[in-house]
Design a protein around this ligand. Structure first.
Ligand code: G1P
Length: 278
């Protein structure tokens, strides 16, 4: 059983200033729902109901969002607006929330390591809320990955093809095709220049990790950007064992950029909100 999911949410969100001056970027709404809630709902749908946030300074409203607001409950009870709370009430009824504080920004690998105490010796998911994944039919991306995990019992990263001139924004994998859309990772590199990239298969913000990753992370020196990179730890894991890369079904929006965020907003408005699915 895999029930735990880490959400690294300590980043500053400088690309969205001034909007993110005093509120976390993860709380920015895509239509009417904060980015992070999309991620938590995707985790919940996959059975990952033990949600661990790795937070930092200025992120308190995330904790408030995933808690009861008695004043609001009191105000809205029995009114025509009550249904607006159905989604978040469902999340609160079904998930447990834990928080760990990342005091220094030392990279995604460091953030995940900071979540170690919330996970223990269990396999776990990682969701980067910035990467919004929408699957209109069938399983969400994390649920697709949990199914694979049950079969293969190893770390899995979600990937998609990106244009060659964008490989320097991502962790890039190369691998052997096992079956349609599924690769055994041979190598991976964080944010390579296009000439050094082993492929155009980019890791997007969905991972399932086995707990041995923590000891590897403890011993992973800073890499790209001087940060401790999960990609470097996974490279070690794939050299010693098996790591899979999975081309997921669904659409992914890079909500860490203004362009991706606007695209996601338009898409969700047309395809979810207008159809009564938000
Ligand atoms: C992180 C990872 C990178 C991955 C990306 C997906 O980078 O380090 O390997 O491809 O997320 O969004 P970041 O976007 O935090 O720079």
């Amino acid at each position: 059983m895999i029930t735990k999911c880490i959400f690294p949410v300590a980043g500053y969100g400088t690309r969205f200033l001034p909007a993110t001056k005093s509120q976390p970027k993860e709380m920015l709404p895509v239509v009417n729902k904060p980015l992070v809630q999309y991620g938590v709902e995707e985790a919940m749908e996959a059975g990952l109901v033990d949600v661990g946030f790795v937070t930092g300074r200025g992120k308190r409203t995330i904790g408030d969002h995933f808690d009861i607001s008695y004043e609001l409950e009191h105000q809205i009870k029995g009114t025509s607006k009550e249904h607006h709370l159905d989604g978040i009430r469902n999340v609160l009824d079904n998930c447990n929330f834990l928080f760990a504080r990342q005091r220094e920004m030392k990279g995604l690998g460091h953030a995940i390591l900071t979540g170690r105490g919330m996970v223990g010796e269990h396999p776990f998911g990682v969701i980067l809320a910035d990467d919004l994944c929408i699957t209109e039919e069938g399983d969400g991306v994390m649920a697709q990955m949990v199914k694979l995990y049950k079969q293969f019992r190893c770390s899995i990263v979600a990937i998609e093809e990106v244009p060659e001139d964008q490989v320097n924004r991502y962790g890039i994998v190369s691998g052997e095709l096992i079956r349609d859309g599924l690769y055994r990772v041979v190598d991976m590199v964080e944010k390579p220049q296009p000439k050094d990239a082993p492929s155009n298969l980019a890791i997007i913000g969905r991972y399932i990790l086995t707990p041995d990753i923590f000891d590897i992370l403890e011993n992973t020196p800073p890499g790209a950007n001087g940060e401790i990179q999960i990609t470097d730890a996974l490279r070690k894991q794939c050299q010693d064992g098996v790591v899979l890369a999975y081309k997921f079904r669904g659409r992914r929006f890079d909500c860490g950029s203004i362009d991706g965020f606007v695209e996601a907003t338009n898409y969700c408005y047309e395809n979810l909100y207008k159809k009564g699915r938000l």
